[in-house]
Design a protein around this ligand. Structure first.
Ligand code: DX5
Ligand code: ZN
Length: 216
């Protein structure tokens, strides 16, 4: 299993976005996590296409796009055109997850489905054969800097069993409240990708913190 750290730009200093991107590009993180919020699916608004385009232009890393918006199916192509390498939509935000996954693949990028803390992993069973990634939310989506919800580790373990049992090439990503303190447990539970926002950007040495999370 290959470990990937995906620093969340939500916690970056938006007055110096390019510096944040250059830090990630020079670091051991392979992905950049982009949190798109619409103020409807979640009670917060972050940023959209122009900011994603600017980040894409400044970075050579894999762009991991987490859409916390209603009707994400309407915007898939625009996020791909803006630079997304992976488009993840919320299970709770779509009527037909299979159709959305198909439309993401039709744009030539990887497809992910995210579940909120209250959504059980069992809803994903029929989707695993077509998915590239599952994003398990370990906080209520909407804000950085929240505390990790402990029950999320068991969700990862169950999901790991479901994926291994079926032999599906699906990555597990976890997002919310991740830090050096819980990274080791999360890798061991079966996560492939750890998102970290405040833990990375709040650190004195963000690049060093990324390494610590990766090697926890
Ligand atoms: C929350 C976002 C997260 C957030 C994580 O809705 O999806 O990606 O940036 O921030 P931390 O790591 O600070 O919990
Ligand atoms: Zn996120």
């Amino acid at each position: 299993m290959k470990r990937i750290v995906s620093p969340s730009m939500l916690s970056a200093d938006f007055g110096h976005l390019a510096d944040a991107v250059h830090m990630i590009d020079a670091s051991a993180a392979e992905w950049i996590h982009i949190d798109v919020m619409d103020g409807v699916f979640v009670p917060n608004i972050s940023f959209g296409f122009p900011v994603l385009k600017a980040i894409r232009a400044a970075s050579a890393k894999f762009i991991d796009t987490h859409l916390m918006i209603v009707h994400p199916e309407r915007y898939v192509k625009r996020f791909v055109d803006a630079g997304a390498d992976l488009v993840t939509v919320h299970y709770e935000a779509v009527d037909d997850p299979h159709a959305v996954v198909e439309s993401i693949h039709a744009c030539g990028v990887r497809a992910g489905i995210s579940i909120k803390p209250a959504t059980p992993v069992t809803v994903l069973q029929r989707l695993l054969p077509v998915l590239d990634l599952v994003l398990v939310m370990s906080v209520e989506p909407g804000f950085g800097g929240q505390s990790f919800i402990e029950g999320s580790v068991d969700k990862v373990r169950s999901l790991r069993r479901m994926i291994d049992k079926g032999g599906f090439p699906v990555q597990i990503e976890i997002d919310g409240g991740v830090s050096v303190a819980n990274a080791s447990e999360l890798w061991q539970a079966g996560c492939d990708v750890l998102v970290a926002g405040s833990a990375v950007f709040g650190a004195e040495n963000p690049e060093g913190e990324i390494l610590k999370i990766l090697n926890a």
